[in-house]
Design a protein around this ligand. Structure first.
Ligand SMILES: [Zn+2]
Length: 472
């Protein structure tokens, strides 16, 4: 029986097993070969080996399965032991991103196929490992097509129609590769250039040169992009709430990740504040009016997701009520999760970074803080006595309590008992008070929260029972 390693990073979307094994080894100060034999490719991995990596990384079967190419159909991963006549590149051919692989180790399962000659994160052409690393921005038409191919690859896992499209596209590319001359696009700038020698190598395996593959895809896949563009604007994905297969897969992946944290870290919906934290390394834009709304919607989304990961069936109304923001307008991120349709890339990125920040901060029980502070309508007299005379205004009670609310619940004023007070008033109050007053209010907040713990245990339990009832 393999015991999980102490540090267990999460697999990234579309991360290959070899990359995950390297990160798992690094995180635990082990050599990669202790996790996975060095000659293993991310396909046809013996079950015992995959099970062992999964056990070491604490992954469930679904998360482990996503690390290899085995879930893709033969049309993509190729036939027979040698995995020929599919989209898969020859084992000896390794494509990397000249912008991010060397710096961060980032790589992607689809980079092992000719379906993805670009890095969609960096927007540049991939290069063959071992060749000079020049970062060349990819032509927008190539990026558009790569985006379509990524979705088709995901769809091909269970849809014969997508499988057929990819099969025919490969046959067209192979035929074109045998006859194409250099410079097939004329002099149009930044279009990928064909290396005729590399093109002619397309046989049992695709051409080994990413630029040549990009040019061939563009020549043969024009129709795919045109069809995508011609779809009526109102039905184009995302705009009308339509999600792609990749969005659907991303949602599944995110739920898998949350289940993992629920098991290993005790993650629960009560750990979600009503404003998701902005990552500290963002160019933290000064809070714009109304900015709370997008971060609060993201909080509602994360609340829904964690509840779903714990096998609950929440409605958006349940989540907004728990966060104290009943009645806020809904959005695509919330609808996609509620209906199980999908999670867009940029939304997953925001949620993922916020989740990392919450985990790194040690998971505070924000539901308890909200429940506790909501019941507080007056400052303790011990605090009022010590406030400096300069702050003696009629609204000092509300301002001070609002300050404590935003600090300790990490929620907008919209979630507080004073929803009509804008956040900027609290911010202005914060800049007005001196450091001693700030310290006094901070201690008061700590005391209010701690007092409930220490003195009113039955009431706290009642709250807990309420939370448990609501979220199972
Ligand atoms: Zn990249």
């Amino acid at each position: 029986m393999t015991v999980p390693l102490p540090v267990r990073p999460n697999p990234r979307p579309s991360e290959p097993l070899s990359s995950y094994a390297a990160r798992l080894a690094d995180a635990n100060g082990l050599s990669r070969s202790r996790i996975l034999v060095p000659w293993r490719h991310d396909i046809d991995v013996p079950k015992a080996e995959l099970d062992s990596v999964a056990a070491l990384g604490g992954l469930d079967a679904d998360a482990a399965r996503r690390l290899t190419m085995s879930r893709y159909p033969l049309a993509i991963r190729g036939h027979g032991q040698q995995r020929r006549h599919g989209w898969r590149l020859h084992h000896a051919v390794v494509w990397i991103c000249p912008a991010c692989t060397i710096r961060t180790g980032h790589t992607d399962l689809l980079w092992q196929t000719a379906l993805m000659p670009v890095c969609l994160r960096c927007g540049c052409y991939l290069v063959r490992a071992g060749t000079p690393h020049i970062v060349r921005p990819a032509h927008p038409r190539v990026l558009e097509l790569a985006d379509i191919l990524r979705d088709l690859a995901e769809a091909a896992i269970d849809q014969p129609r997508a499988r057929g499209i990819l099969y025919r596209l490969r046959r067209r590319c192979q035929a074109t590769a045998a006859t194409v001359q250099d410079d097939p696009h004329g002099a149009e700038l930044a279009l990928p250039v064909v290396d005729v020698t590399a093109a002619r190598q397309w046989g049992a395996y695709p051409s080994p040169d990413p630029g040549t593959v990009a040019a061939l895809l563009l020549l043969c896949g024009r129709r795919l992009a045109r069809e995508q563009r011609q779809r009526p604007a109102h039905s184009r994905r995302h705009q009308a709430g339509e999600f792609t297969p990749a969005d659907q897969a991303r949602l599944d992946w995110f739920l898998t990740r949350l289940r993992h944290h629920a098991t290993s870290d005790g993650l629960h919906p009560r750990h979600v504040p009503a404003l998701l934290p902005l990552p500290a390394n963002d160019d933290a834009p000064a809070r714009r009016p109304g900015q709370w709304l997008s971060l609060t919607r993201a909080a509602v989304a994360l609340h829904l997701l964690i509840t779903q990961a714990l096998d609950g069936h929440p409605t958006p109304e349940d989540a907004t009520a728990a966060l104290g923001v009943t009645g806020i307008p809904t959005s695509l991120i919330i609808d996609g999760i509620h209906t199980g349709s999908g999670l867009r890339d940029q939304d997953a990125d925001l949620l993922s970074r916020a989740l990392d920040a919450l985990l790194a901060g040690g998971l505070a029980d924000y539901q308890r803080r909200r429940d506790t502070l909501r019941a507080v309508t007056r400052l303790p007299s011990s605090t009022t006595r010590r406030l400096p005379p300069s702050t003696a205004r009629t609204d000092i009670q509300v301002m001070a309590l609002g300050w404590i609310w935003t600090r300790f619940t990490h929620g907008p004023m919209r979630s507080s008992p004073w929803p009509h007070i804008p956040d900027r008033d609290i911010h202005a109050f914060d800049t007005r008070i001196d450091p001693e007053t700030r310290l006094l209010l901070h201690e008061t907040g700590q005391q209010l929260l701690a007092d409930t713990d220490l003195l009113t245990i039955p009431a706290a339990q009642a709250t807990w029972a309420g939370v448990t009832r609501r979220y199972g």
